[in-house]
Design a protein around this ligand. Structure first.
Ligand code: WAQ
Ligand code: MG
Ligand code: MG
Ligand code: MG
Length: 261
């Protein structure tokens, strides 16, 4: 069976600068390509943050021998009352995972303000040194886009059945878990912080191999178009090698967590 990586990203020009609206990436069988590509076009054109004037859809064959096997991170939810409590919880989790207090605070402030120059959103993630608040991604307008990732279909189905009662068996959550599982599986990455740029979605997460995927229910105000991702990396990391794996190495979540949810 032939597998293909399918990616979509969309943007809108604002004052001469393309501003990211949405993106998605999957790995699918050849027989599913047309259907999935159609859902991506629909997703681009119907996004709540606005109508794009540029959509890029790319399809690329994946070599099965190169696929990295991933275990899904176990999931927990940290219920908080408001954004301030959410940021305190995220800061605490990041520090427990081994990020310095300065880098954790810097990342939270960055996602609050908009990580790209001019307070805009980025298409990809910020790479932040976990000890000192120094950005390492080569292009701070674009960031690093993790690509070529998905769930193995039967494993996703078991996962959905297993957590169905929690009401979170939704694409937004499983896409984020696949991404966080690929990112934190890299030995150079200590933790990830994320909240959405979708104006109607305020739950974000902190992920690490140590604690798994910890949802924090309130990380930004409702209606805000600002969000992003920060990957906290060990000092001395070979940035190019890490970026190459995040962008190019195909990875499939093909195992459920061995620890309970
Ligand atoms: N690689 C790197 N960065 C990405 C990627 C990617 N593949 N996809 C998104 N980002 C960055 C980009 O800067 C976006 O602006 C930002 O993340 C947010 O993306 O309830 O929906 O797709 O458990 O809006 C997490 C909580 C939801 C889900 C995250 O993010 C839950 C979400 P969005
Ligand atoms: Mg997404
Ligand atoms: Mg790691
Ligand atoms: Mg979004």
């Amino acid at each position: 069976m032939s597998l293909f990586s399918v990616r979509m990203r969309s943007s809108r020009e604002e004052q001469g600068t393309p501003v990211h609206i949405s993106g998605v990436e999957r790995i699918v069988a050849e027989t599913d390509l047309e259907r999935v590509a159609a859902t991506f076009v629909q997703r681009a054109m119907q996004h709540k943050n606005g109508t794009p004037d540029f959509v890029n859809l790319s399809i690329e064959r994946v070599c099965p021998e190169e696929i990295m096997s991933l275990e899904a991170l176990p999931i927990q939810t940290c219920d908080v009352e408001d954004v301030e409590e959410g940021h305190r919880a995220a800061h605490h989790l990041l520090c427990e995972a081994g990020v310095s207090s300065e880098s954790a605070n810097f990342a939270i402030a960055l996602l609050k303000a908009g990580p790209a120059p001019g307070g805009r959103v980025m298409r990809g993630a910020v790479l932040l040194d976990a000890e000192q608040p120094i950005r390492m991604e080569p292009d701070p307008h674009r960031g690093v886009r993790v690509s070529k990732l998905d769930w193995e279909p039967s494993v996703l189905e078991s996962w959905c059945n297993g957590i169905g009662h929690l009401g979170i068996a939704r694409p937004r959550v499983w896409e984020a878990i696949a991404l966080a599982s690929k990112v934190t599986a890299q030995p150079e990455v200590i933790a990830e912080l994320c909240w959405s740029d979708d104006q109607s979605y305020i739950t974000g997460y902190v992920a690490s191999q140590q604690f798994g995927y910890v949802r924090v229910t309130h990380l930004k105000p409702l209606g805000s178009l600002i969000g992003g991702r920060v990957f906290f990396i060990r000092a001395g990391t070979d940035i190019q090698s890490l970026i190459s794996r995040l962008e190019k190495q195909p990875a499939l979540v093909d195992r459920l967590p061995t620890r309970p949810y």
